[in-house]
Write a protein that binds this ligand. Structure first.
Ligand SMILES: Cc1cc2nc3c(=O)[nH]c(=O)nc-3n(C[C@H](O)[C@H](O)[C@H](O)COP(=O)(O)O)c2cc1C
Length: 164
């Protein structure tokens, strides 16, 4: 083995499961963010975690509203979902601009991405500072999905999405 930078290690350990995180903005619209640093945390109670850069908008919106959704989107959104990781909701209405269909969630205010393989409705339980990121731990309040949808994964860090 040879010494690796963290970036090289992240590229080597791809693919990473990919999702779109949705959180409500102050104006009532939904903001979508590309996320590959997410993980299941607990079965009882059901919990997952997302690790978000301090630079983006979504983390501050989660801290304000206390809820978000995480949708493991399908291959039909390959191009649009990547765009959600290339710009901020501070300047963009990503769902409208990239044509991403949303539907109402059952337990939280933020919307779900329609036609996802799995979509989770989450309530913030705790948060931990992790260097330049914040790790948000959340309880899963509801979950729905469709086994016929082929899920997307992130390859080469944040560079591209694809199926396996
Ligand atoms: C494939 C992919 C995966 C990403 N995963 C994450 C992630 O897990 N955590 C993170 O903080 N940013 C991640 N990003 C970058 C954010 O999606 C990006 O900074 C986005 O502009 C933040 O949007 P916001 O400002 O509307 O919250 C990813 C980007 C791509 C393209």
């Amino acid at each position: 083995m040879t010494e690796l930078t963290l970036g090289q290690a992240q590229r080597l350990t791809a693919p990473a499961p990919f999702a779109l995180l949705c959180v409500r903005k102050a104006d009532g619209s939904d903001n979508l963010m590309a996320v590959s640093w997410w993980t299941y945390l607990s079965n009882h109670p059901p919990m997952l975690g997302v690790c978000l850069s301090k630079k983006g908008l979504s983390g501050s919106l989660i801290e304000r509203g206390g809820v978000f959704t995480l949708s493991v989107v399908g291959e039909q959104l390959q191009d649009a979902a990547l765009q959600c990781g290339r710009c901020s909701g501070r300047e963009h209405d990503k769902a409208r601009e990239f044509g991403i269909p949303l539907e109402k969630a059952s337990a939280v205010e933020a919307s779900l991405v329609s036609d996802s393989r799995a979509a989770f409705e989450c309530r913030l339980a705790d948060q931990i500072e992790a260097g330049d990121h914040v790790f948000y731990l959340a309880e899963i309040l509801a979950c729905r999905g469709d086994a016929e949808i082929k899920q997307l994964f992130a390859f080469d860090g944040y560079a591209r999405l694809g199926t396996v």
